[in-house]
Design a protein around this ligand. Structure first.
Ligand code: GLV
Ligand code: MN
Ligand code: MN
Length: 412
């Protein structure tokens, strides 16, 4: 039912914004490249006759009225990427969401409820160490003060970056939505793991989303001469960081839960030159789990280990919690509807949890029902320029989500 050739063509076009010579793309939140991608999608939304609005953090909403003044069905994802990222994380969900709504409109399929496409702002945590900013703002979880405290590598705050991007961020409270704004929210996304590809299944039905607890850790030692300082007279912040990194790995691997993962994604040593003992290190710790208890346990054990290691080495540290989210179970009703529609289309599906974070985590605060579908990605690789999908799988998942949209849009 969908126009696969058009979807393919438009995916190719949007992939040019932020494309890198070596493949893949860098399209950071609130960057020029993201602005170009947003301008392009808005032209497609306008061509479809959508009523477009932008909120105070830059979330874009494109709406088509239904036959009745009921809460809408929304579908969407994000257009920002990690540095050296792939073309599909987020963007595929936006483009397939548009294709789903367009298919319904072009075929004159009746829908009682309005349909909305949402493009979320700043989903990736790569720039400001805070993920899913757009949906958190919609859910009323982020204040102006919080946005001012989040800084990128250049020291630009999220507040300043959003303002420079043209967002009316001073009125951030206006972007908070009421709990029943949407009747349902759906998101299509690449799996970012290997399960579907290994099993040869084209469509995943997501049962829940793992949540992160994240920290910024600063270790303060003493910069000193790397040649003249004896080994027993050093306060080496990077050596301390190394021990902490292995501790974080050990907790996730051996002591928290079956599904716990933990990562030190960056560790920046200062002054960071060959002949100076590193005086300080700033690092980012990302712990995630689908199991809330195991997530809390991992955080407690990691914090305890940091204290012990720093104390043993005589270093001062500051541990700032950046995020403390709770794992989300997705809506049973949506899971069933997605499965029924897939069955009618004779498309095999598999239920699975999401290890990656998504805006769908926060949408239950503003939508009565929330659900997600996954498309397999090659070798499970994501957040990497090598990210790849099979178009036949994309078509299957878009067909399933389109049919589900129609069913939900006609519920009273
Ligand atoms: C989103 O891409 C995440 O980091 O889970
Ligand atoms: Mn991502
Ligand atoms: Mn994503």
């Amino acid at each position: 039912m969908i126009n696969a050739e058009r979807l393919k063509r438009e995916m190719q076009t949007i992939s040019t914004f932020g494309a890198l010579p070596q493949g893949g793309m860098s399209r950071l939140a609130f960057s020029q490249e993201e602005a170009q991608a947003r301008a392009y999608i808005k032209t497609l939304m306008q061509a479809l006759g959508m009523n477009i609005r932008e909120d105070a953090i830059g979330n874009i909403f494109g709406r088509i009225e239904g036959e009745l003044p009921l809460p809408s069905i929304a579908i969407g994802s994000h257009l920002d990427s990690v540095p050296l990222g792939g073309f599909y994380d987020g963007t595929l969900g936006v483009m397939c969401g548009l294709e789903a709504i367009r298919t319904i409109k072009e075929n004159g399929i009746s829908h009682k409820r309005p349909l909305e496409l949402i493009i979320f702002s700043c989903e990736e945590s790569s720039r400001f160490n805070m993920a899913t900013v757009g949906s958190k703002v919609m859910a009323g979880k982020l204040s102006k003060e919080a946005l001012s405290l989040l800084k990128d590598k250049e020291g630009v705050s999220l507040y300043e970056a959003a303002k420079a991007f043209g967002c009316a961020v001073e009125t951030i409270e206006s972007a908070k939505l009421s709990p029943d704004t949407f009747y349902a929210y759906l998101e299509l996304h690449i799996e970012q793991g290997p399960v579907l590809e290994n099993k040869g299944i084209p469509v995943g039905i997501v049962t829940g989303i793992a949540a992160p607890i994240r920290y910024e850790l600063t270790l303060q030692g003493r910069a000193d001469h790397s040649g003249a300082t004896p080994m027993n007279m050093r306060s080496d912040a990077l050596a301390c960081a190394a021990e902490i990194i292995l501790h974080v790995e050990k907790i996730a691997k051996e002591e928290a839960g079956e599904t716990t993962v933990a990562t030190v994604g960056f560790a920046n040593a200062t002054p960071g030159v060959l002949n100076v003992i590193p005086g300080s290190v700033r690092m980012g710790i990302d712990i995630r789990d689908i199991d809330a208890k195991a997530l809390e346990k991992a955080a407690v054990l990691i914090e305890k280990g940091i204290e012990e290691i720093a104390q043993k080495r005589g270093l001062i540290y500051t541990l700032k919690e950046l995020t403390h989210d709770t794992p989300v179970s997705l809506d049973k009703k949506i899971i069933e509807t997605l499965e029924e529609e897939a069955k009618k289309l004779q498309i095999p599906t598999l239920e699975l949890p999401s290890g990656a974070g998504h805006d769908a985590m926060h949408m239950p605060y503003v939508a009565t029902h929330t659900g997600m579908v996954f498309v397999p990605c090659k070798e499970g690789i994501s957040h990497n320029i090598a990210e790849e999908v099979n178009m036949d799988d994309v078509i299957c998942a878009t067909e399933v989500i389109t049919k589900t949209l129609i069913t939900l849009a006609n519920e009273g």
